[in-house]
Design a protein around this ligand. Structure first.
Ligand SMILES: [Zn+2]
Length: 176
C-alpha cells in the first residue's frame, strides 16, 4: 500500500515537473503585471482567489506539452487543474486596457484553480465584475469586454434572458 502510494506521488511529481519545464517562465515585467492584477483582486474583496493565484499557482508564458494537445479555452489564459499551472498568452498582456481587465481574466482562472468549469468561471466573473470596477460605462467598448461578454453569453446564457435590459444582460445595473 505504502509502495503504491509512493509510486503515485512520484508519478504526479514527474507529470507536474514535465508541465512546468516544457513551458517558459514569465519575464519580470510580466510577473509585475500579474502581481498588480492580483493586488486588485485582493483589494476588491476576493481574498481567497488572490491567495490561490499568488501562493498556489505557477505562471507560465507559453503552452506546456499538455496544453499544446488540447483546444484552447480562450486567447488570454488557461489553467491546468489540479496542477495549478496558469498559462498566460501574449494576448493577456497586449489586449486588456489596463490592470483591471487583467484582474478580470485572472479571477476567471482562479475559479479553475478551485476546480470549477467554464460555465461557472464565466458566470462568476460576469456577476462580480462591478466589484472589480469593470463596468460597461468604462469598458463597454474594449476588446476584452466584448470578447468575454460574447463567451459568457455562450457559456452562461441564463444571465442574458432579461429582455427588458440592454443586451438582455441580467447583471446590468440600471442607473436612475
Ligand atoms: Zn476558463
Amino acid at each position: 500500500m505504502l509502495v503504491l502510494f509512493a509510486v503515485c506521488i512520484g508519478a504526479f511529481g514527474l507529470f507536474y515537473s514535465s508541465l512546468i519545464f516544457t513551458a517558459s517562465p514569465l519575464t519580470s515585467e510580466q510577473a509585475q503585471r500579474v502581481e498588480t492584477a492580483i493586488s486588485i483582486i485582493e483589494k476588491r474583496g476576493f481574498i481567497n482567489e488572490a491567495y490561490l493565484l499568488r501562493d498556489l499557482a505557477t505562471f507560465r508564458g507559453n503552452d506546456n506539452w499538455l496544453n499544446a494537445t488540447v483546444a484552447k479555452e480562450n486567447a488570454y489564459a488557461a489553467t491546468n487543474y489540479p496542477f495549478a499551472i496558469i498559462t498566460l498568452y501574449p494576448d493577456f498582456f497586449t489586449y486588456p486596457e489596463d490592470d483591471i481587465e487583467r484582474a478580470a481574466v485572472l479571477l476567471h482562472e482562479a475559479r479553475h484553480l478551485k476546480g470549477y468549469g467554464e460555465e461557472d468561471a464565466y458566470e462568476f466573473v460576469w456577476r462580480n465584475k462591478k466589484y472589480l470596477d469593470w463596468t460597461e460605462e468604462r469598458y463597454g467598448d474594449s476588446v476584452v469586454w466584448l470578447n468575454i461578454r460574447k463567451q459568457t453569453r455562450e457559456m452562461a446564457p441564463n444571465l442574458f434572458v432579461c429582455a427588458f435590459l440592454p443586451q438582455g444582460d441580467c447583471t446590468h445595473e440600471r442607473r436612475f
